[in-house]
Ligand binder design. Structure first.
Ligand code: GLA
Length: 404
């Protein structure tokens, strides 16, 4: 919040025009020569379908214009050297020594991509990479998938793997990135974020079926209805490796075992009420109810978008938020405030998005009301002594690509 106590101006969410140049310049300063090429991969925001990906369910994210750039050049000595505009020293690691949790901190995400590529038999050799990003870190907008996606795109081109050329290759790269995140960065996430960063199309939401990784590109353009999707970054730090995310996954796995299913995807909505009493605790019943109803909400959201029924879409957002707040128990006071204040300011619907426990909420709202909603959320946060939130309007942008 500024000195006058007003909200930050709502950013139009466009990407920095010189982000790639910054990555290239950082590369030159660090490694004393110019990079061979420049790649970029977007963050994402999920419209609906939360904590359904690891239950083989449906999700509906969009790729954001905000992205992470990788300026890179190959090496032949097996060394991986990584530097980031977020500060800190150059991280140097032998590709052969990349292992769970090693290297430390942010570098494990891109290093994990090298590990995952080599594990399935590709030879990366080594490379130097400088990263720059205009994605807020820890805001639930998949800064980790963006750095993985940029690294994967660079590796694919530098090593001649050709995996960016079509959706089949991109699907493979998304899986590589998910393995990097799960096995080296040790965050037990599903595959939604990586798929959005590598497989989404501009102007479309990515209707991903996590049971078979098939995709349906759903047109997503709010301009004709004079609406915007407002991202409200609560600035509450969001980390997926801290146990709560894994605890939700464990609850789902336990429910699946108790019900004798392969996944919660196999439980039909029509059978939900008669099935829930078979579970051993109220907690497992609530978790299961969230997943099964959320998968149905994704189906309904796709239909609402096809019919340009934004009132219906807003209702689904609200139902999704309540389900995450009460059944999945992954919201927090800041996300609830953001949701409630956005609704009070006239949003058609609002919900927390992403993994939960902080990060961002989204609101579907008339373009002309977005700034007033930002003011209302900011005032409510200030009244509670919370850090001022940030605001970005989201557009459906394109996937990871070579940009220079
Ligand atoms: C995080 C994870 C995703 C997904 C969401 C919740 O973003 O990385 O795989 O599980 O949370 O929908």
């Amino acid at each position: 919040m500024g000195d006058n106590g007003r909200a930050e101006a709502v950013s139009d969410g466009r990407t920095a025009p010189d982000g790639g140049g910054q990555a290239a310049e950082l590369f030159r300063q660090t490694f004393d020569h110019w990079p061979t090429g420049l790649w970029a991969a977007p963050g994402r925001v999920n419209l609906i379908g939360e904590h359904t990906d690891y239950n083989r369910g449906l999700v509906l994210p969009i790729a954001l214009p905000r992205r992470t750039w990788a300026a890179a050049a190959g090496r032949s000595d097996g060394l991986v050297r990584l530097v980031s505009d977020q500060g800190g020293a150059v991280v140097e690691v032998e590709a052969a020594t990349i292992a769970p949790g090693r290297p430390a901190d942010w570098a494990r995400y891109p290093a994990g991509v090298v590990w995952a590529l080599e594990r399935v038999g590709w030879t990366v050799g080594g490379l130097d990479v400088a990263f720059a990003s205009d994605l807020p870190i820890g805001a639930g907008l998949s800064s980790s998938a963006a750095i993985e996606g940029a690294m994967a795109a660079a590796c694919s081109d530098l090593c001649g793997l050709g995996l960016l050329a079509d959706d089949t290759g991109r699907q493979q790269l998304a899986q590589i990135c998910q393995q990097a995140e799960n096995d080296i960065a040790l965050a037990p996430t599903g595959g939604m974020d990586q798929a959005a960063s590598l497989r989404a199309l501009p102007g479309h939401a990515l209707g991903l079926d996590c049971a078979d990784q098939s995709v349906e590109h759903v047109p997503f353009d709010l301009d004709p209805a004079q609406l915007v999707l407002l991202i409200i970054d609560t600035k509450v730090h969001h980390a997926l490796g801290d146990g709560q995310y894994g605890a939700r996954r464990a609850d789902c796995e336990r429910a699946v075992r108790e019900l004798g299913l392969d996944s919660l995807r196999d439980l039909a909505l029509a059978d939900l009420d008669q099935t829930l009493p078979r579970l051993s605790s109220q907690r497992l019943r609530r978790r299961t109810r969230h997943v099964v109803t959320e998968i149905e909400r994704v189906r309904q959201a796709k239909a609402a978008l096809a019919a340009a029924d934004f009132t219906g879409l807003g209702r689904l957002f609200n139902a999704s938020h309540q389900s995450m707040r009460h059944d999945y128990e992954i919201s927090c006071p800041e996300l609830d405030q953001a949701q409630e204040q956005a609704l009070a300011a006239g949003a058609l619907g609002a919900r927390m998005t992403g993994g939960g426990f902080g990060g961002s909420a989204i609101a579907l709202i008339a373009a002309q009301r977005a700034q007033a909603a930002a003011e209302a959320v900011t005032a409510a946060f200030a009244a509670r002594g919370w850090v001022a939130p940030g605001f970005i309007t989201a557009r459906a942008a394109g996937p990871a690509e070579r940009v220079g």
